[in-house]
Design a protein around this ligand. Sequence first.
Ligand code: ZN
Length: 414
Amino acid sequence: MLIVKQTSLYLSGRLSETVFRNGVRCMATKGVNRDFLKKSNRGLALKLIATKQCASRIELSKAMGLTKPAISAIVNELMEKGYLVETHKQMTSDPGPNPICLEIGPGAPKFAGLLLQRGYAESTVCDMNMRILRYERVEKRWKNGEELMQTAYRLLDHMMEMEENVRAIGVSSIGQVDVNKGRILTPLYFNGIENVDVTAPIAARYGLPVFFDHDNQSAALVEQLFGNGRGYQDILMIGIGHGVGCGIVMGGQRYHSHTGFPPEIGHVSIDVRGNQCRCGNIGCLETYIMSPVIEEKVRAAMGRPMDYREICQRENSPAINAIMEEMILDLSGAVVSLLNILNCEIVLLGLDSIYWPDRYVQLLEDIINERKFSNRGRRSLVSKAGVLDQTQILGAACNAVSRCFEGELPGDEW
Ligand SMILES: [Zn+2]
């Protein structure tokens, strides 16, 4: 079992310790040494610059609670490596010389991302700012796990050919997954494909560390760092597509069970006497609101097929509007239940729900705030994902980028 231990220095200056076992955050059981502390501070400095929370040495000093000489030592080392560069002088009203702005440099590590979905796979190479340098997509209805992985290799081969400085690979997949084992388990509606090992064969093929997670968990992570989740510590990410999934960030950390299984909102029952779900449960949310169900309802009502995007553009149709409002009411049932347990500050919508007219986003927000019981004094917000249709693939890459921010960059003698 891979055990990686590290420290994280938070903005309050308080030191806390985190241990990862096969990629899952666990309670620390032992102390930390200076090497971990050094790596954590460098990772945190890169995170604060990449996510635009800090732009200069003085801002890093304030945010990290370290002295100016300590920050200068960190920045100088990162500049020598080409990870950071100085840009222009920051105009401030403070007395003294204007601070020089810092940015992620062109010599900073690059990261590959791989997204495995039911009808397609995507790959990317991005920098530490999550700027996409290369992107490729293959649409296919997978016959078996072998075909899925052969396509994954082909996509990643193309990414590696283009960029030599790829230092880690982030992968995300539809669930169910076992994050600890890096394996796709038994997703529904997946042509019977199950138990596909992902992490180990990709790591062996490319000789790089591979960080794997559920697609919506990955989307929640990139939204927290770079998207509309910035500034929030408790986030519920919901992806509506051919299934309904979720990602959860609690207290600023992505939620993980110790056993490696991510949360599954799609199989929360909203009616214990309702639809029989293929998972075995009754009344599962996704049997009411996943995209194919809505598309079928619209086809029956309108007499012709429409895809989800077109449906969202036809909100002025009374029949379509009624179907969509019923869908939002069904969704609200599960979201209210989760908010009563988790008290999330914001709900982010991904996958097909990025096409919703803003009116539906507002409707969901109004219903959940009217009906939630816990923390009624604070309004829970609802918003679309900040990076919209790139959220899923950038989420995959972010599984690797975020490890760099946590001080974990294998092969780097920093
Ligand atoms: Zn179910």
